[in-house]
Design a protein around this ligand. Structure first.
Ligand code: ATP
Length: 305
């Protein structure tokens, strides 16, 4: 009995703290970040097939490539190169994470594809091996393999657990115009000019607040070194963050390279209220509710007799 279809899901992420070091050799920046996955999901279904195909539906699907530049396709190709797999596979992606929103939707697709392929082809690869493949695909992919709350260093691909208690309740405001991570890092460099940039370090107060699980403590400690660059490229984001904070969020900021803005509420009721209030402000994007931490996983196996 061979499984014919396997589905997996991986969550989008928010960066609770994102510290960006100086631009290094090859143009990459050393990062220290606290990743936090929320329950906006990317679903990836793999089905045994002839050749390698990709289909995308769901949120902003039209903005996502289905050719070999799709991160889920690249994930399967990396696995094929590693394991010598020859079987074909049809990939179906159902998107729930905003595209080019700074929430790692593409990375989540790659991560879900790796988890599903490991099961579909009975590879039994240890997580460390999947993380190595993930790191070759992008700096957020390794985190998306597990989700939760974790400290990322290097380019974000070197992960360590963060002790965090309780659930965090979020309101997200998306923006119809995506921001490419590359252009936001370039703008960050431009704004920094000749200034000496220290090595990035996580805020120990935030780690303490996450251990306590107290949103009121966590909110003011949320930090993103890329936020000034995102504001510079899309000035409307500054107003979005200000509005969310003035409407009662305990913290708010641009997620990663943006443009999605995220607001932390004291509890689920406050988050529902904030979402209702923000939905009436006429933002050009969507207002979404989310809860973290969320965890990636394989969903189900359909067996062929
Ligand atoms: P990044 O920080 O890497 O830019 P992001 O979270 O802001 O990521 P993604 O939704 O991951 O944004 O997409 C970034 C770009 O990657 C998109 O504009 C799209 O062209 C390309 N891309 C490739 N594969 C995918 C995928 N499976 N889903 C979404 N975008 C993809």
């Amino acid at each position: 009995m061979e499984p014919a279809t396997v589905s997996a899901r991986a969550p989008g992420k928010i960066n609770l703290d994102l510290r960006v070091g100086p631009r290094g050799d090859g143009g990459f920046h050393e990062l220290v970040t606290v990743f936090h996955a929320v329950n906006l999901w990317e679903y990836v279904e793999l089905e045994l097939a002839a050749g390698l195909t990709c289909r995308v539906d769901g949120r902003q699907a039209a903005a996502v490539p289905t050719d070999s530049s799709n991160l889920a396709v690249r994930a399967i190709e990396e696995l094929r190169a590693l394991t010598g797999l020859v079987e074909g596979v049809a990939i179906t992606i159902h998107k729930g994470v905003p595209v080019a929103g700074g929430m790692a939707g593409g990375s989540a697709d790659a991560a879900a594809a790796l988890l599903a392929a490991d099961q579909l082809f009975s590879l039994g690869l240890p997580l460390t091996e999947l993380e190595r493949v993930a790191a070759r695909l992008g700096s957020d992919v390794a985190f998306c393999l597990t989700g939760g709350t974790a400290l990322g260093t290097g380019r974000g691909e070197l992960l360590a657990p963060v002790l965090a208690t309780g659930a965090l309740e979020w309101v997200l405001v998306t923006h119809p115009e995506g921001l490419s991570a590359g252009s936001v890092y370039a703008e960050c460099d431009r704004l920094r000019g000749e200034r000496t940039v220290p090595a990035p370090q996580v805020d120990p107060l935030l780690l303490g607040a996450l251990r306590q699980g107290d949103p009121a403590q966590i909110g003011p400690l949320l930090h993103n070194d890329l936020q000034p660059a995102a504001f510079s490229l899309l000035p409307a984001l500054r107003e979005t963050v200000d509005i969310g904070l003035s409407e009662g969020a305990v913290g708010g900021l641009v997620s990663g390279s943006g443009p999605t803005c995220v607001f932390l509420a004291e509890d689920a009721d406050d988050a529902d209220d904030l979402a209702n209030v923000l939905a009436q402000r006429g933002f050009p994007g969507e207002v979404l509710r989310a809860t973290g931490p969320a965890h990636a996983g394989v969903l189900g196996v359909a067996d062929v007799l």
